[in-house]
Design a protein around this ligand. Sequence first.
Ligand code: FES
Length: 109
Amino acid sequence: MFRRGGGRSPAALVRAVPGPAYEISFDGRPLTALPGQSVAAALWAAGILAWRTTREGGSPRGAFCGIGSCYDCLATVNNRPNQRACLLPARPGDVITTQEGTGHGDLGV
Ligand code: FES
């Protein structure tokens, strides 16, 4: 039998004892991440499900496949666009921003 709330988190289910949390940010909002989390996992843990908009239509996107195949999870991380958030380990101080389209809008292309 599982406890309600935190007892059913992935870490609790496998009885993981991660190291101390550290800070990252998403669109200027401070978040915490745990060692071993991908950027996508850290965003999910904070309740953030979308961090990119499509080139045409501006539809929101986040992680879909979770294994690096679909490219739906592209994000701008530390000013580098087109980073696959599901594969990229979160690092202390990472600055993640919503990626609009190709992430190169500042180039006018
Ligand atoms: S969620 Fe599919 S590549 Fe990241």
